[in-house]
Write a protein that binds this ligand. Structure first.
Ligand code: IMP
Length: 192
C-alpha cells in the first residue's frame, strides 16, 4: 500500500522509513549477540509477519525461522484467555530461541508463550518486540529488544490489525476513535 494516509488513521505514529531504519539496528544487534549460536527466530502469528520478514534480512547470521500462533484478543480488548493455535515445527530444546512479537500490551500473550516454551528447555529464550506499549502490565514483562516504546493508544499497521484488517499498512498509525466505535460491535476475533 502506498500514497495517501488511510481514512481510518487519525495520525501516523511511526513512519515506514523510521521502522525500517530501527529494524536494521536491531538486526545488527541480534547479529552481534547471537554470533556462533544456534538461533531460531520464532514469529508470533499473525502480527509479527511484516516485522519478522524485515528483521531476518537484517540479521547477518544463518538462523532458522519458525512460528507459533495463539489467540487472546477480541476486538480491542484483551480477553486474558490464551490458547495455542499453532505450535513450533522444530523442537526448541538446546536452541537459542528469540520470540518475535508485534506489540506487548498487557503482557499476557508474551508471558503465556514464554512460560510454555520454557518447559521445552531451550538453551536461551529472549523476546524482540516491534512495539512496547507504555501501560501498567497485567503481567510484568521486559523484552530484550524493543523497536519503539509507544503511548497507550490503539495502533494498526505494519502487522497490527483491527478485526483482521490494516495489517498491510506500511506504517504504524493511531486508529481514529469513530472507526473503532463503528467496528466495535463486530464479534470477530483478532488473533495475535
Ligand atoms: P497483550 O497480551 O495484551 O500484551 O497483547 C498482545 C497482543 O495484543 C498483540 O500481539 C496484538 O495482537 C494485540 N494488541 C495489543 N495492543 C494492540 C494495538 O494497539 N493494536 C492492535 N493489536 C494490539
Amino acid at each position: 500500500m502506498s500514497g495517501a494516509i488511510h481514512p481510518v488513521i487519525e495520525r501516523i505514529l511511526i513512519p515506514e522509513e523510521e521502522i525500517r531504519a530501527r529494524i536494521k539496528e536491531i538486526g545488527a544487534e541480534i547479529g552481534r549477540d547471537y554470533r556462533g549460536r544456534d538461533l531460531i527466530m520464532v514469529g508470533i502469528l499473525k502480527g509479527s509477519i511484516p516485522f519478522l520478514a524485515e528483521l531476518i534480512k537484517a540479521v547477518p547470521l544463518d538462523c532458522a525461522i519458525d512460528f507459533v500462533s495463539i489467540s487472546s484478543y477480541e476486538g480491542t480488548r484483551s480477553t486474558g484467555v490464551a490458547r495455542l493455535l499453532l505450535d513450533l515445527r522444530e523442537n526448541p530444546e538446546g536452541k537459542d530461541v528469540l520470540l518475535v512479537e508485534d506489540i506487548i500490551d498487557t503482557g499476557l500473550t508474551i508471558n503465556y508463550i514464554v512460560s510454555n516454551l520454557k518447559t521445552r528447555k531451550p538453551k536461551s529464550l529472549e523476546v524482540c518486540t516491534l512495539l512496547d506499549k507504555q501501560v501498567p502490565r497485567r503481567m510484568p514483562f521486559k523484552a530484550r529488544y524493543v523497536g519503539f516504546p509507544i503511548p497507550n493508544e490503539f495502533v494498526i499497521g505494519f502487522g497490527l490489525d483491527y478485526n483482521e484488517k490494516y495489517r498491510n499498512l506500511p506504517y504504524v498509525g493511531v486508529m481514529r476513535q469513530p472507526a473503532l466505535r463503528e467496528g466495535a460491535p463486530q464479534p470477530k476475533t483478532a488473533t495475535v
